[in-house]
Write a protein that binds this ligand. Structure first.
Ligand code: AMP
Length: 582
């Protein structure tokens, strides 16, 4: 039974946090014992453990699996309406739609009421830490932008929603004023309007992932005049017809507020929107958004808009389970590590060769089990792939996330999120990972930053329509102050292409250097402003949740490539063959 406590009473929460992080190894063994005792009789575990709940047997017999391996069990519950006990003896109440890969492919993950309690517990610990570092938070309001889709029911009768929708819908008590509207535009408009009217009461602004906040800012840029006019007249726009939005807005927009409208106009009319969040919400103490892993690409853009406010990446979690919290919420976004909370699930780790990268763990290796390390035995400086065993029916399940151990809090390891295991670009035998690409793009951007550009978003694909194939990067660049049609210097853009190539690994350079080159010169296609929002809308229309959306770094969908290609304003190629000696 997890203890309950009030996160604003930071002493009680801190004591619990110190206590559990001092006993990580012991708690983990208890968690595994509890999971096995509870679930030994499930169809899945019986197949390996024959009804026993012995931990040694579990470590010996239960295989490491991917979603694809267990999909058949989940489908029996989700599609055929078979009982939860196929996988877990907790009762599955919902299925969570996971973005799973950054390619946007969905998985359906079981969720139970008890799991909801565990997540509430870790959120309380997270809030305890935030309250410790940021005094006076509870005196103001948190403006959290959340978008929801309609609930879907599986043929087996279970509700299918995202983790964030589940949180909003199951824990309404946490959100005294919330807007649940399934129309994205009406919802965003109303959330922003409510945030503007209550400008001086807002103590924090946030979304789940950093990319979502940039989307909100873009939307605000397109609609601020209309919102200001609504505030001036005390009347909301006619196109807001959703009853939830109308109700929420009418509660706070009940009179004409010309002074407030004037002050919003003054801020928004400025040519540059640098620091807009701080200017619009002057009492905001921090911005809440996950900015680690694949979100790190948005750090420069977010820093531009936040005007020096700390961007807090507070939690590492997923549809499968919540894992860890950031004990130093005010640290630089580049230094964030997450301390694992040992009573959420049972964690195991597959070591990854620091020199070879994520491809060295053969995904179907029968001996994978022999390499597994438990939470208490991970080593600082080592990379691992995370495996999770949950109360809700996942056993030695590959999360697909690669983590680096950066230190310990008491006896509990702290991890930096490095990347997903997936390779984003591949031609011939080259395999370029998301992290390699992100690093290379960041290095190349150093050419454009002094000219006032920042990279709003990017993606890529391997173009093999001609021989040799080559990598194509789509870049959406923004100039500060904002200029819709910035000019691109041909030489500098070509230099960016070369620098990306120069920053990729030796294998890539080798294939580029061969006398008959196997990979052609890398190409950057600059797309016009707003393109990545259109791409996001496309993926959302295909069923991806906006809250959990992560721009796919490797575009596979032909329709998505057409969307990007139709908005290209400049194409540039590398003019140099990368130097293999550096
Ligand atoms: P979803 O299940 O759709 O919520 O996606 C979960 C995935 O999002 C995780 O497996 C990670 O790859 C990513 N993710 C979640 N939290 C973080 C974080 N704090 N930093 C980086 N990536 C994260």
């Amino acid at each position: 039974m997890l203890p309950t406590f009030d996160p604003t009473a930071t002493e009680a929460g801190s004591r619990i946090l110190e206590d559990i992080t001092s006993n990580a190894g012991h708690i983990q063994e208890q968690v595994l014992e509890e999971i096995l005792t509870k679930n030994a009789s499930t169809d899945y575990l019986k197949g390996f453990l024959n009804g026993h709940s012995d931990k040694g047997l579990f470590k010996n017999k239960v295989p490491v699996v991917d979603y694809e391996d267990i999909k058949i069990y989940i489908d029996r519950i989700a599609l055929d309406g078979e009982p939860s006990r196929i996988l877990t003896n907790e009762s599955i109440t919902e299925l969570l739609k996971s973005s799973g890969t950054s390619g946007g492919k969905q998985k359906w993950i079981p969720k139970t009421a008890e799991e909801g309690e565990r997540r509430a517990f870790i959120c309380c610990l997270r809030d305890t830490v935030l309250n410790r570092y940021l005094q006076g938070l509870s005196d103001g309001k948190a403006l959290l932008f959340v978008l929801i889709n309609p609930d879907i029911h599986t043929p087996g009768g279970l509700v299918l929603r995202t983790a964030s929708e589940s949180e909003m819908k199951n824990r309404k008590d946490r959100y005294p004023q919330f807007i649940l509207c399934e129309d994205t535009n009406q919802s965003l408009y109303s959330q922003l309007l409510c945030g503007l009217v209550q400008r001086d009461a807002i103590a924090s602004v946030g979304t789940y992932f950093a990319s979502g906040l940039l989307r909100v800012i873009k939307f605000f840029e397109e609609h601020w005049q209309e919102m200001s006019s609504n505030i001036r007249t005390g009347q909301m726009s006619d196109w807001i017809t959703d009853p939830n939005c109308k109700r929420a807005v009418s509660l706070i927009l009940s009179k004409q507020m010309p002074d407030l409208a004037d002050s919003i106009d003054l801020v928004c009319q400025e040519k540059s929107w640098e620091g807009i969040i701080k200017k619009i919400w002057p009492r905001t103490k921090y911005v809440l958004a996950i900015i680690t892993g694949s979100m790190a690409q948005y750090i420069p853009a977010l820093e531009f808009y936040t005007g020096g406010l700390p961007v807090v990446s507070s939690l590492y979690g997923s549809s499968e389970a919540f894992f860890g919290i950031n004990m130093k919420p005010l640290c630089s976004p580049y230094d964030v590590s997450y301390t694992f909370i040992p009573n959420m699930a049972y964690y195991e780790f597959l070591p990854i060769d620091n020199h070879q990268g994520p491809n060295c763990t053969n995904r179907k290796d029968a001996h994978l089990k022999d390499h597994i390390v438990d939470l208490a035995n991970v080593k600082i400086g080592q990379h691992y792939e995370l495996l999770v065993t949950t109360f809700t029916g996942l056993y030695r399940y590959r999360m697909g996330d690669i983590l680096l151990v950066t230190g310990f809090h008491n006896s509990t390891p702290q991890f930096k999120f490095v990347q997903r295991t997936n390779v984003v670009l591949s031609i011939h035998t080259d395999k370029t990972t998301e992290q390699d690409l992100q690093k290379a793009v960041a290095i190349a951007m150093q050419i454009l930053q002094p000219l006032g550009f920042f990279l709003l978003d990017y993606s890529s694909y391997a173009d093999t329509s001609s021989i040799p194939g080559h990598y194509v990067l789509f870049w959406e660049l923004q100039l500060r102050p904002n200029d819709d049609t910035p000019e691109f210097d041909q030489v500098k853009m070509e230099k960016c292409c070369s620098l990306v190539e120069q920053s990729l690994d030796q294998k890539y350079k080798l294939l580029r250097n061969q006398s008959i080159s196997t990979i052609g010169p890398l190409e950057i296609r600059v797309v016009k402003q707003g393109t990545f929002n259109v791409l996001m809308d496309f993926y959302v229309s295909q069923g991806t949740s906006l809250n959990q959306y992560k721009t796919p770094k490797n575009i596979k969908s032909e329709k998505a490539i057409v969307i990007l290609d139709s908005r290209v304003v400049g194409k540039f190629y590398s003019r140099e063959v990368p130097n293999q000696d550096s």
